[in-house]
Design a binder for this molecule. Structure first.
Ligand code: NAD
Length: 473
């Protein structure tokens, strides 16, 4: 059994000061596979102090030094991509192909930042004024348990490029992925204190970190309620806060779409990462006259889903992350039935042949209206809704009638029409005919999906303060 009892502080792995422990459970087998010793307030303090000590030197580092570190980080995570992929499968239940793709994103994030840094304008002249971009200070990155490597790396890449030392507060539900990833970060050889990683509870290590006066920038990815609590807590210190929060993305199926193809795409967009993705398309909007045909197409497309042990190459849908998630998602399936929605596939109970593990039946509800709880709240599991619309304007109205605004999808043949619709949707990203990911483009949410943007140039700018120095030329 593996024991996770170290933080990464000041350039090395140090014993955790916390005494509280938590069992780590494989979501596929429900077996205990490890024990996590949770970092506490003392670990949080030491991590911020190490980062603060590193700030004067790292914020004054040259462009070349930063590019070298970012490139070394990319090489280091790439070198262990197989090990990182394995850990995602074991700890998270991510199907092999998706886990591999997500592990690969980390190197891309570091390389993109290195490339952008090559000609990033840290200083610009405006008449007699020089506008200087200065590192914001010690950056705290609070990350969730899904897509661990991608979330840690995209925030870290922007911060390091900007000259900010980083403290990562990793999720208590991903210690294996965090530890292996941190070993890669260590191998890249950052100066002591520039990268620090602690794994502990949000209510203990997380709160101690956000409350530390030396933390000048907080970038948080996680649920909307926790994001709001962090923003509220930051008021007295006026820390710069970026929030990447939940979503309830619409997938609009236009009436010229090939329904068989659209149904298959809608399922893969909705069930990606076992349905545990902030960008999942969970509200499938279909023109009313095509609803029956589309539901038939979903039925057919669902035959391609292979649910089970994520270690199996053929598996497309693994278990949920933990018991809490499992119970929460099943609760939404019951709620959908109570609200009068009709399951086209799935429903309550366990999937056939899977008596162990946090597996729920992949479920698609029809007869859903956009005011039902299953259409409004983020479920974070493989539970999707089909909602009828009358015409394109109605589809846009329903798509935007949500507290969230992280992502949207449009499926259809007439891409001009799809692009026109995209311009009227309130979401940080709109993908036409598939799940495209452009790491150079900004990513973030409208409305309650967050504040600010990361990825590409936005990720670097997010960690800078701008200073205008007038005169003296
Ligand atoms: P969560 O909000 O429960 O936890 C996220 C992180 O915050 C964890 O590290 C947790 O320990 C920490 N935390 C909790 N309370 C805290 C507090 N009071 N102070 C400081 N830190 C605290 O989210 P989760 O369950 O880990 O992840 C799932 C959520 O993340 C979903 O809502 C999903 O949509 C969202 N998410 C968003 C994006 C995005 O880019 N927008 C990406 C991935 C996940």
């Amino acid at each position: 059994m593996r024991r996770f009892d170290q933080s990464y502080i000041d350039g090395g792995f140090r014993p955790v000061h916390g005494r509280e422990e938590m069992a780590i459970i494989d979501p596929t087998t429900e077996q205990v596979t490890g024990q996590l010793v949770l970092a506490n307030e003392e670990d949080a303090r030491l991590a911020v102090e190490a980062a603060s000590r590193a700030l004067p030197t790292w914020s004054a580092s040259t462009r070349e030094e930063r590019i070298d570190l970012l490139s070394a980080l990319a090489d280091a995570v790439e070198a262990r991509a197989d090990v990182l992929t394995e850990a995602t499968i074991a700890e998270y239940g991510g199907p092999v192909e998706q886990a591999r793709w997500r592990a690969g994103l980390a190197a891309i994030n570091f390389r993109v930042a290195a490339r952008l840094l090559a000609d990033f304008p840290f200083s610009r002249r405006i008449n007699d004024t020089e506008v200087v971009a200065q590192a914001a200070g010690v950056a705290l990155h609070i990350v969730p348990w899904n897509s661990v490597y991608n979330v840690i790396s995209v925030k870290m890449a922007g911060a390091l490029a900007a000259g900010c030392p980083v403290v990562v507060k990793a999720s208590e539900f991903s210690p294996l992925q965090t530890e292996l990833f941190t070993e890669c970060l260590h191998a890249a050889g950052a100066p002591a204190g520039v990268i620090n990683v602690v794994t502990g509870l949000g209510s203990v290590a997380g709160e101690a970190l956000t409350a530390h006066p030396d933390v000048r920038k907080i970038s948080f990815t996680g649920s909307t309620p926790v994001g709001k609590a962090i923003l509220r807590g930051s008021v007295d210190r006026l820390q710069r806060v970026t929030l990447e929060l939940g979503g309830k993305a619409p997938t609009i199926v236009l009436d010229d779409a090939d329904l068989a193809q659209a149904a298959a795409q809608a399922l893969s967009i909705g069930f990606a990462n076992n349905g545990q993705a902030c960008i999942a398309g969970t509200r499938i909007l279909v023109q009313r006259k095509q609803i029956d045909a589309f539901c038939d197409a979903i039925h057919k497309a669902a035959e391609a889903i292979v649910q089970g042990d994520p270690r199996n190459q053929r598996t497309t849908l693994g278990p949920l992350m933990n018991r809490r998630q499992y119970e929460r998602v099943l609760g939404y399936v019951s709620k959908g039935l109570e609200e009068g929605a009709r399951p086209i596939i799935g429903g309550e109970g366990r999937p056939k042949g899977l008596d162990r593990g946090y597996f729920v039946r992949p479920t698609v509800f029809a007869d859903v209206t956009n005011d039902m709880a299953i259409a409004r709240e983020e479920i974070f599991g493989p539970v999707l809704c089909v909602i009828a619309y009358e015409d394109d304007a109605d589809a846009i109205r329903i798509a935007n009638d949500t507290p969230y605004g992280l992502h949207a999808y449009i499926l259809g043949k007439d891409t001009q029409r799809a692009r026109k619709m995209a311009s009227r949707i309130d979401a940080g990203r709109v993908a036409i005919n598939g799940l495209s990911h452009e790491p150079l483009a900004p990513f973030g949410g409208f409305k309650q999906s967050g504040i600010g943007r990361e990825y590409g140039l936005a990720g670097i700018e997010d960690h800078l303060e701008f200073k205008a120095i007038g005169g003296g030329f």
